[in-house]
Design a protein around this ligand. Structure first.
Ligand SMILES: NC(=O)c1ccc[n+]([C@@H]2O[C@H](COP(=O)([O-])OP(=O)(O)OC[C@H]3O[C@@H](n4cnc5c(N)ncnc54)[C@H](O)[C@@H]3O)[C@@H](O)[C@H]2O)c1
Length: 342
C-alpha cells in the first residue's frame, strides 16, 4: 500500500496555489495545512481547501506531527529561514526557486539536510516539462554533436518582485535547465542590468557565461517587454535546437543545420571557406503533462524511498552560485567574475 504523505504549504500567493492543486491531486498525499500571512489569501486558501487547516502561524506547521513534507512558496528572502526551520524540525522540504539568495545560505541548508538525513528539493519546474526532458534525451544521445552555445530570451511584461531583481526571478529557469542539460558549471559570469524610474530592482538584464571548455551561454531577461518571448537556441556542431515554450504543439524543433569549414589557411581568414549544411527539421513528439504534476510525483517518491531528487540542494546551489556572481558583476558595471567553489 502507498505510504500516505502529509503535506504543508507556506505561501499562498501567485505560485503557492499551483503547488496546492498539484499536490492535492496526487494519490497517497494529503494537503493538511496552509500557512499564509495575508488575510485575503488565507481566506481564499480556506475556501479552496476546506479540508486543510489554514493558519498564519508557521510554528503550527513545524509542530504538526502529520506533516512530512513542507512546500515553501514565499518571496525569495524568506526561503532560507523557513527552509532551515523546517529541516531542523525534521521535515522534508520543497523550496521554490531560487533556493536562497546567497551561496552561504544554500550551503547551510545542504549541510543541515545532510546531517539530518532530510530530502531537500528546489522547484526547478522546467526540468519536469516534456520539452526539457526531450532535449536532455537528444543531447544524451549525442545528436547535437559538441554543444557550442546556449542563447535564450525570457522576456515579458512581468510581475515586478519586491525583494529580488529580474536575474534572481527569471534566470533560475534558464540556469537550472542549463545545469541539467550540460551538467557542468561555468568558469566566468558577467551581467549587465538596468532599472528605470523609481523601481528598486534591475528589471532587465543580460547574463553572459563562459565555460573552461565548451559552450558559451547568453540570457536576456526582462520584466519590461511588450511581448512575451520564451525562446532558447542550443547550437551544436551537428544539429541545433530551437525550444519555444510558447508554441502550443511544436515546442522543440531540431534542425539538421550547421557549417562545415572546408578550407582553412591560418595566414589569412580570406581563404577560409564555410559551407552550409541544411537538412531536415523535425519537431519530436513530447509528453504532455503539467510539469508540477510530474514534479509532485517525483518528490513524493523521493520522500517515500529516501532518494535524492533531480533538483536537490546541490542543483539549487549551482544556480545560486551563478546568481550571486551575476549580482556582483552587475554591481561592478559588468566586470567578469570567476566562479569559485565549482
Ligand atoms: N517555479 C515557478 O515557475 C515559479 C513561478 C512563480 C513564482 N515562483 C516562486 O514562488 C515564490 C513565490 O512567488 P509568488 O509570485 O507566488 O509570490 P507572492 O508574493 O505572490 O506570494 C507569496 C505569498 O507568501 C506569503 N508569505 C510571505 N511570507 C510568509 C510567511 N512568513 N508566512 C506565511 N506566508 C507568507 C505572502 O503573503 C504571499 O501571499 C518565489 O520564490 C518565486 O520565485 C516560482
Amino acid at each position: 500500500m502507498t505510504q500516505m504523505i502529509g503535506v504543508g504549504l507556506v505561501g499562498y500567493g501567485y505560485w503557492g496555489p499551483n503547488l496546492a492543486r498539484n499536490f492535492s491531486q496526487q494519490p497517497g498525499c494529503k494537503l493538511l495545512c496552509i500557512c499564509e500571512k495575508s488575510k485575503d489569501r488565507a481566506e481564499l486558501a480556506a475556501r479552496t481547501y476546506p479540508g486543510a487547516k489554514v493558519t498564519h502561524d508557521y510554528q503550527e506547521l513545524l509542530g504538526h506531527a502529520g506533516i512530512d513534507l513542507l512546500l515553501i512558496a514565499t518571496p525569495v528572502s524568506a526561503h532560507f529561514p523557513l527552509a532551515k526551520a523546517a529541516l531542523l524540525a525534521g521535515k522534508d522540504v520543497l523550496v521554490e526557486k531560487p533556493l536562497t539568495r546567497t551561496v552561504q545560505e544554500a550551503e547551510e541548508l545542504i549541510r543541515i539536510c545532510e546531517e539530518n538525513q532530510r530530502i531537500l528539493m528546489v522547484d526547478h519546474t522546467f526540468l519536469f516539462t516534456g520539452a526539457v526532458q526531450k532535449i536532455k534525451e537528444v543531447i544524451a544521445k549525442g545528436e547535437l554533436g559538441e554543444i557550442l552555445y546556449i542563447d535564450s530570451v525570457r522576456i515579458n511584461l512581468g510581475l515586478f518582485q519586491p525583494d529580488v531583481n529580474v536575474i534572481y526571478d527569471l534566470a533560475p529557469h534558464d540556469l537550472s535547465i542549463m545545469g541539467y542539460l550540460l551538467d557542468k558549471d561555468p568558469a566566468m559570469v558577467q551581467a549587465m542590468g538596468a532599472r528605470h524610474a523609481s523601481v528598486a530592482q534591475e528589471h532587465m538584464a543580460y547574463l553572459h557565461l563562459e565555460f573552461d571548455e565548451g559552450p558559451i551561454a547568453h540570457f536576456h531577461l526582462s520584466w519590461l517587454s511588450p511581448v512575451k518571448i520564451r525562446r532558447t537556441v542550443i547550437g551544436g556542431t551537428e544539429k541545433m535546437i530551437v525550444y519555444d515554450d510558447l508554441e502550443s504543439s511544436e515546442k522543440v524543433k531540431i534542425y539538421d543545420k550547421g557549417i562545415v569549414v572546408t578550407a582553412h589557411d591560418v595566414d589569412t581568414i580570406y581563404k577560409t571557406r564555410i559551407d552550409y549544411r541544411t537538412g531536415d527539421m523535425i519537431a519530436p513528439k513530447l509528453i504532455h503533462r503539467e510539469a508540477l504534476n510530474s514534479e509532485a510525483e517525483h518528490i513524493l517518491n523521493c520522500v517515500r524511498q529516501r532518494t535524492t531528487p533531480i533538483s536537490d540542494g546541490r542543483a539549487g546551489l549551482r544556480v545560486v552560485r551563478i546568481l550571486e556572481a551575476a549580482q556582483r558583476s552587475m554591481q561592478s558595471g559588468g566586470s567578469p567574475i570567476k566562479l569559485e567553489g565549482r
